[in-house]
Design a protein around this ligand. Structure first.
Ligand SMILES: Cc1cc2nc3c(=O)[nH]c(=O)nc-3n(C[C@H](O)[C@H](O)[C@H](O)COP(=O)(O)OP(=O)(O)OC[C@H]3O[C@@H](n4cnc5c(N)ncnc54)[C@H](O)[C@@H]3O)c2cc1C
Length: 408
């Protein structure tokens, strides 16, 4: 009898893990990926759409095209997971499984933020979806100065470096337009600084200062007042704006909470190192759908996919899953059109300066603004579509490599 692996979500994590598993497993293992649509979006490109550096249609490709022959791809809405019965229901079918991989990601829910929908598209914008990034692009084209505020509504959110990239790019954009002297840029965040890790935060804070960008930390959003043009925190602090760019409240997909598998904000409680669901046998979780304490980033989904393939193979061969994953995350941080920084870290080790991926040679520099890093950021899109989604290895382990990093 055939054995079955079902993968929920055909985004970054789901595509990589399915293709990688297909390479490892004999044909009697049936692999099925389910997603609600056939539109795979390269999400890092949404930042460039907002600044009119990339057209949104270039970010969208057919999921099916990137899922290997030998993997079934089903377009359907996943409506319920029953881990006791080892069964997944979609609108039109029921799928049994031997192993389940949850990679349903997370999404912004602007409706959750008081007052936001009244201002949406008028003076409040986002860039986390194709539609919102295009609306913001139009606004920025018309933008002629004033106060531009980037607010992170709530933790956790997707891609913790994206807000920093946005304000740095806004500085570049306003300079290019010749309106920087009549524009104030402010990053208003619930974090204690520009980023989650202290050393990198200090460096990003310094870069923001040199670009005359104000950072307002510790701000927990209570409401958006679009007409009066201010945001208000739970503590009653107010920050005024002319144009608000917001990362609204972010949650895991409803199917997780409706199936009773979530941690109250829609994420699956997941073992930090094996990536098995804590409460359910034969279930693994990767990408933005987990509650593991590292960035919700594509690089993380990629590293995690390698670990999950290893552990499913281990279970199939009758051994225990290993505690391999260390929270490894790698992200470019764009500083302007033409320069970027780069960070590489895990649960325990903060981003450090040095060279990446090769010690001494790089060619990329960690925690440093360089032109070569910008080339890396641009080249990454090609790598994503042509190498990474296929579940191929780049010769590096999924865990953090210390060679090339300057400790102390
Ligand atoms: C503006 C922006 C910039 C970013 N920049 C970077 C960056 O520079 N570097 C980086 O590493 N990461 C970046 N990211 C983050 C990265 O894109 C995500 O972390 C990554 O895509 C997560 O992969 P995933 O597989 O967990 O989720 P996704 O790729 O979002 O896939 C989830 C899939 O599940 C499907 N799904 C969910 N629920 C259901 C359901 N009920 N039924 C059917 N299908 C369902 C969805 O349709 C979706 O296709 C950025 C994200 C944004 C928004």
């Amino acid at each position: 009898m055939s054995k079955k692996i079902v993968v929920l979500g055909g985004g970054t994590g789901g595509t990589i893990v399915s293709n990688n598993l297909r390479r490892h497993l004999p044909p009697e293992w049936e692999i099925t990926v389910i997603d609600r649509d056939d539109q795979h979006i390269y999400q890092p490109g949404l930042l460039f759409v907002a600044f009119d550096l990339q057209k949104s249609k270039t970010l969208v490709r057919s999921r099916k095209k990137y899922i290997m022959p030998g993997v079934n791809f089903v377009i359907d809405e996943i409506t319920h997971i029953n881990p006791d019965k080892k069964e997944v229901k979609t609108r039109n079918h029921t799928f049994g499984y031997d192993f389940l991989i949850i990679s349903t990601g997370c999404k912004i829910v602007p409706e959750e933020n008081d007052g936001l929908m009244d201002a949406w598209g008028k003076n409040a914008f986002s860039f986390y979806t194709i539609e919102s990034a295009n609306l913001l692009r139009k606004r920025l084209q018309e933008f002629d100065g004033g106060k531009l505020v980037l607010n992170i509504a709530e933790l956790p959110f997707k891609c913790p470096v994206a807000p920093i990239e946005f304000v740095f790019m806004a500085d570049w954009f306003c300079k290019k337009k010749g309106i920087r002297n009549k524009t104030e840029i402010e990053l208003v965040t619930p974090l204690s600084g520009a980023f989650t890790k202290p050393k990198a935060t200090a460096i990003f804070n310094e870069a923001a200062k040199s670009k005359n960008i104000k950072i307002t930390p510790g701000f927990e959003l209570n409401a958006v007042h679009g007409k009066e043009k201010y945001i208000e925190s739970v503590q009653g602090d107010k920050v005024s704006f002319d144009t608000l760019v917001i990362i609204p409240t972010t949650i895991g997909d409803e199917v997780i909470s409706k199936s009773g598998m979530d941690d109250s904000i829609g994420y699956v409680p997941t073992h930090h190192n094996t990536l098995k669901a804590l409460k359910h046998d034969n279930v693994y979780v990767i990408g933005d759908a987990t509650n593991v304490p590292t960035s919700k980033a594509g690089s993380v989904a990629h590293y995690e996919a390698d670990v999950v393939v290893f552990n499913i193979m281990a279970e199939i061969h009758g051994t225990k899953p290993e505690e391999i994953y260390d929270g490894h995350s790698t992200c470019f941080i764009v500083y302007s059109k033409g320069t970027s920084s780069l960070i590489d870290f895990n649960y325990k080790i903060e981003p450090l300066p040095g060279k990446f991926p090769m010690p001494k040679l790089g060619p990329f520099s960690l925690l440093k603004e360089t032109k070569m890093n910008w080339q890396g950021k641009l080249g990454f899109e090609w790598l994503y579509w042509n190498v990474l989604l296929a579940g191929r290895h780049l010769g590096a382990p999924p865990t953090l490599v210390m060679a090339g990093k300057e400790v102390g």
